[in-house]
Design a protein around this ligand. Structure first.
Ligand code: SF4
Length: 387
Protein backbone atom coordinates (compact mmCIF):
# COMPACT_ATOMS: atom_id res chain seq x y z
CA UNK A 1 0.00 0.00 0.00
CA UNK A 2 1.43 3.40 -0.94
CA UNK A 3 1.92 5.66 2.05
CA UNK A 4 4.39 8.13 0.66
CA UNK A 5 4.10 10.17 -2.49
CA UNK A 6 7.26 10.41 -4.60
CA UNK A 7 6.72 12.94 -7.34
CA UNK A 8 8.80 14.84 -9.87
CA UNK A 9 7.57 18.31 -9.10
CA UNK A 10 7.16 20.78 -11.94
CA UNK A 11 6.22 23.44 -9.39
CA UNK A 12 8.85 23.45 -6.64
CA UNK A 13 6.75 25.74 -4.45
CA UNK A 14 4.75 22.61 -3.63
CA UNK A 15 7.73 20.94 -1.90
CA UNK A 16 6.60 21.94 1.57
CA UNK A 17 3.07 20.64 0.93
CA UNK A 18 4.41 17.32 -0.38
CA UNK A 19 6.48 16.96 2.80
CA UNK A 20 3.46 17.73 4.97
CA UNK A 21 1.28 15.19 3.18
CA UNK A 22 3.98 12.53 3.42
CA UNK A 23 4.38 13.29 7.14
CA UNK A 24 0.60 13.29 7.65
CA UNK A 25 0.61 16.90 8.84
CA UNK A 26 -2.43 19.13 8.55
CA UNK A 27 -2.53 21.54 5.60
CA UNK A 28 -3.19 25.23 6.19
CA UNK A 29 -5.54 27.58 4.39
CA UNK A 30 -2.54 28.94 2.43
CA UNK A 31 -1.60 25.38 1.42
CA UNK A 32 -5.12 24.83 0.11
CA UNK A 33 -4.97 28.01 -1.95
CA UNK A 34 -1.54 27.03 -3.32
CA UNK A 35 -3.00 23.66 -4.41
CA UNK A 36 -5.68 25.54 -6.33
CA UNK A 37 -3.21 27.96 -7.92
CA UNK A 38 -0.44 25.62 -8.99
CA UNK A 39 -0.32 24.68 -12.67
CA UNK A 40 1.00 21.27 -11.53
CA UNK A 41 -2.36 19.50 -11.38
CA UNK A 42 -0.63 16.13 -11.64
CA UNK A 43 1.04 16.65 -8.26
CA UNK A 44 -2.23 17.72 -6.64
CA UNK A 45 -4.00 14.57 -7.89
CA UNK A 46 -1.07 12.31 -7.00
CA UNK A 47 -0.91 13.65 -3.46
CA UNK A 48 -4.62 13.07 -3.00
CA UNK A 49 -4.23 9.55 -4.40
CA UNK A 50 -1.48 8.80 -1.88
CA UNK A 51 -3.74 9.86 1.00
CA UNK A 52 -6.64 7.83 -0.36
CA UNK A 53 -4.44 4.73 -0.67
CA UNK A 54 -3.09 5.19 2.85
CA UNK A 55 -6.64 5.36 4.23
CA UNK A 56 -8.46 2.87 2.01
CA UNK A 57 -5.96 1.01 -0.16
CA UNK A 58 -7.67 0.04 -3.41
CA UNK A 59 -11.12 -0.30 -1.86
CA UNK A 60 -13.81 1.75 -3.53
CA UNK A 61 -17.27 1.76 -2.03
CA UNK A 62 -20.65 1.72 -3.72
CA UNK A 63 -24.10 1.01 -2.37
CA UNK A 64 -27.48 -0.21 -3.54
CA UNK A 65 -29.82 2.64 -2.84
CA UNK A 66 -32.91 4.43 -4.06
CA UNK A 67 -33.55 8.15 -3.96
CA UNK A 68 -36.99 9.56 -3.23
CA UNK A 69 -37.56 13.24 -4.01
CA UNK A 70 -41.00 13.48 -2.39
CA UNK A 71 -41.95 16.89 -3.79
CA UNK A 72 -40.40 19.64 -5.91
CA UNK A 73 -42.77 22.29 -4.55
CA UNK A 74 -40.69 24.79 -2.64
CA UNK A 75 -41.36 28.01 -0.79
CA UNK A 76 -37.91 29.27 -1.81
CA UNK A 77 -36.51 30.13 -5.25
CA UNK A 78 -32.74 29.65 -5.03
CA UNK A 79 -31.06 31.05 -8.13
CA UNK A 80 -28.92 27.99 -8.79
CA UNK A 81 -31.82 25.50 -8.51
CA UNK A 82 -33.74 24.13 -11.49
CA UNK A 83 -35.53 21.52 -9.37
CA UNK A 84 -38.11 23.64 -7.57
CA UNK A 85 -41.60 24.49 -8.84
CA UNK A 86 -44.31 26.63 -7.35
CA UNK A 87 -47.61 24.99 -6.41
CA UNK A 88 -49.79 24.58 -9.54
CA UNK A 89 -46.85 25.40 -11.83
CA UNK A 90 -46.41 22.95 -14.67
CA UNK A 91 -44.27 20.04 -13.52
CA UNK A 92 -44.98 20.54 -9.80
CA UNK A 93 -45.56 17.28 -7.96
CA UNK A 94 -45.85 15.74 -4.52
CA UNK A 95 -45.82 12.05 -3.70
CA UNK A 96 -48.54 10.62 -1.51
CA UNK A 97 -47.76 8.34 1.42
CA UNK A 98 -49.04 5.48 -0.80
CA UNK A 99 -46.41 6.44 -3.41
CA UNK A 100 -43.77 6.29 -0.68
CA UNK A 101 -45.09 2.90 0.42
CA UNK A 102 -44.72 1.62 -3.16
CA UNK A 103 -41.20 3.02 -3.40
CA UNK A 104 -40.25 1.32 -0.13
CA UNK A 105 -41.63 -1.99 -1.41
CA UNK A 106 -39.66 -1.69 -4.65
CA UNK A 107 -36.52 -0.75 -2.70
CA UNK A 108 -36.96 -3.79 -0.49
CA UNK A 109 -37.48 -6.11 -3.47
CA UNK A 110 -34.45 -4.69 -5.28
CA UNK A 111 -32.19 -5.37 -2.31
CA UNK A 112 -31.49 -1.72 -1.46
CA UNK A 113 -29.73 -1.05 1.83
CA UNK A 114 -30.52 2.68 1.83
CA UNK A 115 -33.34 5.05 0.92
CA UNK A 116 -32.18 8.63 0.45
CA UNK A 117 -34.96 11.22 0.80
CA UNK A 118 -34.87 14.95 0.06
CA UNK A 119 -37.37 17.43 -1.35
CA UNK A 120 -38.39 21.08 -1.56
CA UNK A 121 -39.71 23.14 1.35
CA UNK A 122 -43.37 22.41 0.76
CA UNK A 123 -45.47 25.29 2.10
CA UNK A 124 -48.51 23.25 3.15
CA UNK A 125 -47.58 19.67 3.93
CA UNK A 126 -47.78 19.11 7.71
CA UNK A 127 -44.95 17.65 9.78
CA UNK A 128 -46.95 14.42 10.10
CA UNK A 129 -46.45 13.82 6.36
CA UNK A 130 -42.71 13.45 7.00
CA UNK A 131 -43.02 11.31 10.12
CA UNK A 132 -45.63 9.13 8.34
CA UNK A 133 -43.22 8.76 5.41
CA UNK A 134 -40.49 7.48 7.72
CA UNK A 135 -42.82 5.21 9.64
CA UNK A 136 -44.25 3.62 6.49
CA UNK A 137 -40.77 2.87 5.16
CA UNK A 138 -39.71 1.51 8.52
CA UNK A 139 -42.78 -0.80 8.63
CA UNK A 140 -42.21 -2.14 5.12
CA UNK A 141 -38.43 -2.31 5.13
CA UNK A 142 -37.10 -2.34 8.71
CA UNK A 143 -33.52 -3.15 7.62
CA UNK A 144 -33.19 -0.33 5.12
CA UNK A 145 -31.30 2.69 6.43
CA UNK A 146 -33.20 5.95 5.94
CA UNK A 147 -30.93 8.87 5.15
CA UNK A 148 -33.24 11.83 4.88
CA UNK A 149 -33.76 15.59 4.90
CA UNK A 150 -31.13 18.24 4.38
CA UNK A 151 -30.49 20.86 7.04
CA UNK A 152 -32.77 23.41 5.37
CA UNK A 153 -35.65 20.90 5.45
CA UNK A 154 -35.04 20.28 9.16
CA UNK A 155 -35.18 24.05 9.81
CA UNK A 156 -38.39 24.18 7.72
CA UNK A 157 -39.90 21.44 9.92
CA UNK A 158 -38.95 23.43 13.03
CA UNK A 159 -40.79 26.41 11.54
CA UNK A 160 -43.98 24.56 10.57
CA UNK A 161 -44.17 22.92 14.01
CA UNK A 162 -43.59 26.33 15.62
CA UNK A 163 -40.41 25.06 17.23
CA UNK A 164 -38.23 27.44 15.19
CA UNK A 165 -38.45 30.07 17.92
CA UNK A 166 -36.77 27.61 20.30
CA UNK A 167 -33.52 27.78 18.33
CA UNK A 168 -31.23 24.82 18.82
CA UNK A 169 -33.67 23.13 21.22
CA UNK A 170 -36.36 23.27 18.51
CA UNK A 171 -34.07 21.71 15.93
CA UNK A 172 -33.04 19.04 18.39
CA UNK A 173 -36.67 18.25 19.20
CA UNK A 174 -37.58 17.93 15.48
CA UNK A 175 -34.63 15.62 14.91
CA UNK A 176 -35.61 13.52 17.94
CA UNK A 177 -39.14 13.06 16.50
CA UNK A 178 -37.70 12.03 13.14
CA UNK A 179 -35.27 9.61 14.78
CA UNK A 180 -38.15 8.07 16.77
CA UNK A 181 -39.90 7.40 13.44
CA UNK A 182 -36.91 5.84 11.70
CA UNK A 183 -34.45 8.51 10.57
CA UNK A 184 -30.98 6.93 10.44
CA UNK A 185 -28.69 9.74 9.27
CA UNK A 186 -28.64 13.10 7.51
CA UNK A 187 -27.49 13.68 3.94
CA UNK A 188 -25.05 16.53 3.35
CA UNK A 189 -27.00 18.62 0.87
CA UNK A 190 -27.70 22.32 1.15
CA UNK A 191 -24.32 23.34 2.56
CA UNK A 192 -23.62 25.17 -0.74
CA UNK A 193 -20.65 27.46 0.06
CA UNK A 194 -20.15 28.80 3.57
CA UNK A 195 -19.72 32.47 2.73
CA UNK A 196 -22.03 35.43 3.41
CA UNK A 197 -21.41 37.16 0.06
CA UNK A 198 -22.09 34.00 -1.91
CA UNK A 199 -25.12 33.25 0.25
CA UNK A 200 -26.61 36.70 -0.34
CA UNK A 201 -25.96 36.54 -4.06
CA UNK A 202 -27.21 33.04 -4.80
CA UNK A 203 -28.94 31.46 -1.81
CA UNK A 204 -30.70 34.42 -0.19
CA UNK A 205 -33.65 33.09 1.79
CA UNK A 206 -32.00 29.74 2.33
CA UNK A 207 -30.34 29.03 5.67
CA UNK A 208 -26.77 30.25 6.03
CA UNK A 209 -23.70 28.36 7.15
CA UNK A 210 -24.32 28.83 10.87
CA UNK A 211 -27.80 27.26 10.76
CA UNK A 212 -26.62 24.46 8.46
CA UNK A 213 -23.91 23.65 10.97
CA UNK A 214 -26.32 23.97 13.94
CA UNK A 215 -28.48 21.23 12.40
CA UNK A 216 -25.54 18.92 11.75
CA UNK A 217 -24.10 19.56 15.20
CA UNK A 218 -27.48 18.74 16.79
CA UNK A 219 -27.66 15.56 14.71
CA UNK A 220 -24.13 14.61 15.77
CA UNK A 221 -24.96 15.28 19.42
CA UNK A 222 -27.98 12.99 19.08
CA UNK A 223 -25.66 10.28 17.77
CA UNK A 224 -26.52 10.54 14.07
CA UNK A 225 -23.84 10.53 11.42
CA UNK A 226 -24.17 12.95 8.53
CA UNK A 227 -22.49 13.88 5.28
CA UNK A 228 -21.19 17.21 4.03
CA UNK A 229 -21.26 18.80 0.59
CA UNK A 230 -19.97 21.86 -1.21
CA UNK A 231 -21.72 23.16 -4.34
CA UNK A 232 -18.92 24.84 -6.27
CA UNK A 233 -18.28 26.41 -9.65
CA UNK A 234 -20.74 29.35 -9.68
CA UNK A 235 -20.05 32.75 -8.08
CA UNK A 236 -17.74 31.63 -5.27
CA UNK A 237 -13.96 32.00 -5.32
CA UNK A 238 -11.49 29.21 -4.80
CA UNK A 239 -10.59 30.81 -1.46
CA UNK A 240 -14.24 30.51 -0.44
CA UNK A 241 -14.02 26.79 -1.15
CA UNK A 242 -10.96 26.37 1.06
CA UNK A 243 -12.68 28.33 3.86
CA UNK A 244 -15.70 26.03 3.50
CA UNK A 245 -13.51 22.95 3.88
CA UNK A 246 -11.83 24.40 6.97
CA UNK A 247 -15.21 25.11 8.64
CA UNK A 248 -16.15 21.44 8.09
CA UNK A 249 -12.78 20.25 9.36
CA UNK A 250 -13.11 22.37 12.53
CA UNK A 251 -16.58 20.96 13.24
CA UNK A 252 -15.29 17.42 12.80
CA UNK A 253 -12.47 18.19 15.25
CA UNK A 254 -15.10 19.26 17.77
CA UNK A 255 -17.28 16.16 17.23
CA UNK A 256 -14.25 13.90 17.58
CA UNK A 257 -13.78 15.09 21.17
CA UNK A 258 -16.81 13.01 22.14
CA UNK A 259 -16.85 9.35 21.12
CA UNK A 260 -20.63 9.04 21.50
CA UNK A 261 -21.35 11.81 18.98
CA UNK A 262 -22.08 11.19 15.33
CA UNK A 263 -19.56 12.49 12.78
CA UNK A 264 -19.27 13.63 9.20
CA UNK A 265 -18.72 10.39 7.31
CA UNK A 266 -18.29 11.65 3.79
CA UNK A 267 -17.48 14.84 1.92
CA UNK A 268 -19.20 15.14 -1.46
CA UNK A 269 -18.00 18.02 -3.66
CA UNK A 270 -20.88 18.84 -6.04
CA UNK A 271 -20.17 20.70 -9.30
CA UNK A 272 -22.70 23.41 -10.15
CA UNK A 273 -24.78 22.32 -13.15
CA UNK A 274 -26.36 25.39 -14.78
CA UNK A 275 -29.41 23.57 -16.25
CA UNK A 276 -32.29 25.99 -16.63
CA UNK A 277 -31.63 27.79 -13.34
CA UNK A 278 -31.34 31.55 -13.01
CA UNK A 279 -27.57 31.06 -13.22
CA UNK A 280 -27.75 29.20 -16.54
CA UNK A 281 -25.52 31.86 -18.13
CA UNK A 282 -22.59 30.56 -16.04
CA UNK A 283 -20.56 27.74 -17.56
CA UNK A 284 -20.14 25.57 -14.45
CA UNK A 285 -16.78 24.08 -13.49
CA UNK A 286 -14.57 22.33 -16.05
CA UNK A 287 -13.50 18.69 -15.79
CA UNK A 288 -10.04 19.75 -14.69
CA UNK A 289 -11.50 21.97 -11.97
CA UNK A 290 -13.60 19.03 -10.79
CA UNK A 291 -10.50 16.81 -10.52
CA UNK A 292 -8.62 19.53 -8.66
CA UNK A 293 -11.49 20.17 -6.25
CA UNK A 294 -12.00 16.54 -5.33
CA UNK A 295 -8.23 16.16 -4.83
CA UNK A 296 -8.02 19.21 -2.59
CA UNK A 297 -11.04 18.02 -0.60
CA UNK A 298 -9.15 14.79 0.15
CA UNK A 299 -6.04 16.70 1.15
CA UNK A 300 -7.66 19.40 3.30
CA UNK A 301 -10.26 17.21 5.03
CA UNK A 302 -7.84 14.96 6.86
CA UNK A 303 -10.44 14.06 9.51
CA UNK A 304 -13.36 13.11 7.24
CA UNK A 305 -12.85 9.47 6.28
CA UNK A 306 -14.57 9.28 2.90
CA UNK A 307 -14.62 11.42 -0.24
CA UNK A 308 -17.38 10.67 -2.71
CA UNK A 309 -17.36 11.14 -6.46
CA UNK A 310 -21.14 11.46 -6.84
CA UNK A 311 -21.50 9.95 -10.31
CA UNK A 312 -24.94 11.43 -10.87
CA UNK A 313 -23.50 14.95 -10.93
CA UNK A 314 -19.93 14.18 -12.00
CA UNK A 315 -20.87 11.55 -14.64
CA UNK A 316 -19.67 7.98 -14.28
CA UNK A 317 -16.71 8.56 -16.62
CA UNK A 318 -15.50 11.54 -14.61
CA UNK A 319 -16.10 9.66 -11.35
CA UNK A 320 -13.70 6.95 -12.58
CA UNK A 321 -10.93 9.56 -12.93
CA UNK A 322 -11.78 10.91 -9.49
CA UNK A 323 -11.07 7.53 -7.93
CA UNK A 324 -7.44 8.26 -8.83
CA UNK A 325 -7.65 11.74 -7.30
CA UNK A 326 -8.67 11.04 -3.73
CA UNK A 327 -12.23 9.71 -4.01
CA UNK A 328 -12.97 6.30 -2.46
CA UNK A 329 -16.74 6.16 -2.96
CA UNK A 330 -18.86 6.42 -6.08
CA UNK A 331 -22.38 6.42 -4.53
CA UNK A 332 -25.05 3.96 -5.57
CA UNK A 333 -27.57 2.61 -8.01
CA UNK A 334 -29.86 5.64 -7.38
CA UNK A 335 -32.60 4.81 -9.97
CA UNK A 336 -34.57 8.09 -9.87
CA UNK A 337 -32.97 11.43 -9.07
CA UNK A 338 -34.90 14.63 -9.75
CA UNK A 339 -32.57 17.29 -8.39
CA UNK A 340 -30.12 17.56 -11.29
CA UNK A 341 -29.79 15.99 -14.71
CA UNK A 342 -26.40 16.03 -16.40
CA UNK A 343 -27.15 14.55 -19.76
CA UNK A 344 -30.63 13.09 -19.93
CA UNK A 345 -34.09 14.47 -20.34
CA UNK A 346 -35.58 12.06 -17.85
CA UNK A 347 -34.97 11.86 -14.12
CA UNK A 348 -34.51 8.10 -14.48
CA UNK A 349 -30.78 7.88 -13.76
CA UNK A 350 -29.86 4.36 -12.88
CA UNK A 351 -26.66 2.40 -12.67
CA UNK A 352 -26.83 -1.32 -12.09
CA UNK A 353 -24.45 -2.83 -9.56
CA UNK A 354 -22.64 -4.39 -12.52
CA UNK A 355 -22.19 -0.92 -14.11
CA UNK A 356 -20.73 0.42 -10.87
CA UNK A 357 -18.45 -2.54 -10.27
CA UNK A 358 -17.16 -2.46 -13.83
CA UNK A 359 -16.49 1.29 -13.63
CA UNK A 360 -14.54 0.81 -10.38
CA UNK A 361 -12.54 -2.17 -11.69
CA UNK A 362 -11.76 -0.38 -14.96
CA UNK A 363 -10.33 2.50 -12.93
CA UNK A 364 -8.01 0.03 -11.16
CA UNK A 365 -9.78 -0.36 -7.81
CA UNK A 366 -11.65 -3.05 -5.86
CA UNK A 367 -15.41 -2.55 -5.59
CA UNK A 368 -16.87 -3.15 -2.14
CA UNK A 369 -20.58 -2.87 -1.44
CA UNK A 370 -21.22 -0.89 1.75
CA UNK A 371 -24.25 0.12 3.76
CA UNK A 372 -24.84 3.75 4.74
CA UNK A 373 -22.49 3.42 7.72
CA UNK A 374 -19.68 1.96 5.56
CA UNK A 375 -20.08 -1.57 6.83
CA UNK A 376 -19.33 -4.25 4.26
CA UNK A 377 -22.51 -5.83 2.88
CA UNK A 378 -22.68 -9.61 2.53
CA UNK A 379 -25.28 -11.01 0.15
CA UNK A 380 -26.74 -14.50 0.17
CA UNK A 381 -29.74 -16.04 -1.60
CA UNK A 382 -31.91 -15.13 1.37
CA UNK A 383 -30.95 -11.44 1.55
CA UNK A 384 -28.17 -9.24 2.88
CA UNK A 385 -26.40 -8.56 6.13
CA UNK A 386 -23.48 -6.42 7.25
CA UNK A 387 -20.15 -7.75 8.43
S1 SF4 B 1 -32.29 24.52 -3.53
FE1 SF4 B 1 -33.77 23.54 -2.15
S2 SF4 B 1 -34.55 25.24 -0.92
FE2 SF4 B 1 -33.60 26.18 -2.74
S3 SF4 B 1 -35.27 26.36 -4.26
FE3 SF4 B 1 -34.25 24.38 -4.65
S4 SF4 B 1 -35.47 22.93 -3.49
FE4 SF4 B 1 -35.96 24.94 -2.66
Amino acid sequence: MTTCCEINLTDTTLECIVDKVNNQERLTREDGIALYETPDLWTVCSLADSVRRRLHGETTYFNINRHINYSNVCALSCKFCDFYRKKDQEGAYEHSIDDIRNEATIALESGATEIHIVGGLHPWLPFEYYTDMLRVIREIAPNIHIKAFTAVEIVHFARITKRGRDGIAGISSVLSDLIANGLGSLPGGGAEVFDDRVHDEVFRGKIGSKKWMDVHRCAHELGLNSNATMLYGHVETREDRINHMIVLRDEQDRAEQNASEGKFQTMIPLPFIPGVSELSHLPGPSGVENLRTISISRLMLDNIPHIKAFWIMQTLHMAQHMLQCGANDIDGTVVWYDITKVSTETTHQECTTEDLKRAICDAGFNPVERDTLYRKVKRTNSGWSVE
